[in-house]
Ligand binder design. Structure first.
Ligand SMILES: NC(=O)c1ccc[n+]([C@@H]2O[C@H](COP(=O)([O-])OP(=O)(O)OC[C@H]3O[C@@H](n4cnc5c(N)ncnc54)[C@H](O)[C@@H]3O)[C@@H](O)[C@H]2O)c1
Length: 347
C-alpha cells in the first residue's frame, strides 16, 4: 500500500503519549522524522519510534523533500509559526487543537494553505470513536426523533504548575474550555449534524491560581433548535467525572460514559421509545430494552492518521477540516465574551 511519509513537530508531548503509537499502527502512513526542542529528546524519540531522522528545529525537518505531511503538536502559541512554515514548504498539515491562537490567526492560516495547495486538518480525534460515528448515523436516520437537548463533559485535575504553557493566556489562548471544551462542542455538532448559533456561558477560575479558566459551563443553541450544555473543568479529580455524553430526542436518548477521551471505548446506552405515547400524568419511566450497538473499537489516533493520509493519497475530502476547528474556536472565544459581559451572543 502507498504510504504517506510523515514528520512530527513537537514530538515529545501528546505525540509521544498517543499519536505516534497510533501512527505506528496506521496502514497508509510511515514516520520519517521527529522534531523536538533539543537533540537529546529528538534522538530518544527517533530511536523509540524507529524513525529515520531527528531534528531540533522545524526548518530542517521541513526542508526534507521526503516529508509529505506533518503533524504539529507543539504548544498552541507555536502553531501559527509551524503551520506557516509547513505550508510554505508545501507539506500537508494535521495540526492539534486549537488550530491557532485566535480565530483571526486560524483564518489566515487556512487561506495560506489554500494558496499553497496543501491540506490542513485539525486534531478532533474523538470523532473517530466508533460509538460516536454510530450515534451520528442513528440521529441522521431519525431514530432519536427531533434532538432537543445534549450534554458533553470533559474534565481533569490540573493544579497550578509553575511555567505550564496551558495555564497562561499568552501561550494557550484559554483554559479548560479552549483545551477540552473544544472537543465536547465539536463532538455534539458532529453527532447531531448541526452547528451552534447562539452561546452563553460561565467561564471562571474558581479553584487554582492560574490566569486561564479552570471552570467552564457553556450552553449553545444549535441551528436545529436543540440546546447543548458543555462542561469543561480543570478542577475535578480524574476519578470523579466520567466524561458523560447525553443526547435526548423526542423518540429516545443516547447516554454514554467514557467515550469522550483518548482511548476508544466507553459504555453506551441507547433507549428508543418510539411508541407515540399520550400524556402520562404518572410519568412512569418504564424500562425499554436498550438498542444493541455493534461497533468495532480500535485506536482513534490510528484512525485519525489513516483518514488524513487517505485524503493526501486519494484526494478524498478531509474528515476533520481545519475550518471546523476554527468554527469551534470562534464559539469558545464568544463564550468567554458572553461570560464576561453576561450576555447571550449570536454567532
Ligand atoms: N488530541 C489530543 O488527544 C490532545 C491531547 C493533549 C494535547 N493536545 C494538543 O496538543 C498540543 C500539545 O499539547 P501537549 O499536551 O502535547 O503539550 P506538552 O507540553 O506535553 O508537549 C508539547 C511538546 O512540544 C515541544 N515544544 C515546545 N516548544 C516547541 C517548539 N517551539 N517547537 C516544537 N516543539 C516544541 C515540547 O518540548 C513538548 O515535548 C496542544 O495543541 C494541545 O491542545 C491534543
Amino acid at each position: 500500500m502507498n504510504k504517506v511519509k510523515w514528520g512530527v513537530i513537537g514530538a515529545g508531548g501528546i505525540a509521544d503519549r498517543r499519536t505516534l503509537p497510533g501512527l505506528m499502527l496506521a496502514k497508509n502512513a510511515e514516520l520519517v522524522s521527529v522534531m523536538e526542542v533539543n537533540m537529546e529528546l529528538a534522538e530518544k524519540l527517533r530511536v523509540k519510534y524507529n524513525a529515520k531522522k531527528a531534528f531540533d528545529n522545524a526548518d530542517d525537518l521541513l526542508a526534507d523533500p521526503e516529508i509529505q505531511a506533518v503533524y504539529i503538536a507543539s504548544p498552541v502559541v507555536f502553531h501559527k509559526e509551524h503551520v506557516q512554515k509547513a505550508a510554505n514548504a508545501g507539506k500537508h498539515i494535521l495540526v492539534e487543537k486549537p488550530v491557532a491562537f485566535s480565530v483571526e490567526d486560524g483564518k489566515e492560516l487556512i487561506e495560506l494553505c489554500k494558496e499553497k495547495n496543501v491540506l490542513i486538518a485539525t486534531g478532533f480525534m474523538i470523532r473517530f470513536n466508533a460509538y460516536h460515528q454510530e450515534m451520528k448515523k442513528l440521529i441522521a436516520e431519525g431514530k432519536l426523533g427531533k434532538v432537543v437537548s445534549c450534554r458533553a463533559q470533559m474534565t481533569c485535575w490540573y493544579p497550578d504548575i509553575p511555567g505550564a504553557w496551558r495555564q497562561q493566556y499568552a501561550t494557550s489562548g484559554g483554559g479548560s474550555m479552549m483545551d477540552m471544551g473544544v472537543h465536547c462542542l465539536d463532538l455534539i455538532q458532529y453527532i447531531v449534524g448541526s452547528k451552534a448559533k447562539k452561546v452563553v456561558g460561565f467561564t471562571d477560575t474558581k479553584v487554582f491560581n492560574y490566569e486561564v479558566e479552570d471552570s467552564a459551563s457553556v450552553v449553545v443553541q444549535l441551528e436545529n433548535g436543540a440546546n447543548a450544555y458543555i462542561d469543561a473543568y480543570f478542577n475535578i479529580p480524574d476519578a470523579a467525572a466520567k466524561g458523560f455524553l447525553e443526547i435526548y430526542g423526542t423518540k429516545g436518548s443516547i447516554l454514554a460514559e467514557g467515550t469522550i477521551g483518548q482511548v476508544e471505548g466507553g459504555k453506551v446506552k441507547i433507549v428508543i421509545s418510539d411508541d407515540a405515547l399520550g400524556y402520562d400524568a404518572q410519568q412512569e419511566r418504564v424500562d425499554v430494552k436498550p438498542l444493541e450497538l455493534n461497533v468495532e473499537l480500535g485506536n482513534i489516533y490510528t484512525k485519525e492518521i489513516e483518514s488524513f493520509s487517505n485524503s493526501v493519497l486519494t484526494g478524498a475530502p478531509l474528515e476533520v477540516p481545519a475550518e471546523d476547528g476554527i468554527q469551534v474556536q470562534n464559539v469558545v472565544e464568544k463564550s468567554y465574551e458572553a461570560s464576561k459581559n453576561g450576555k447571550i451572543i449570536d454567532l
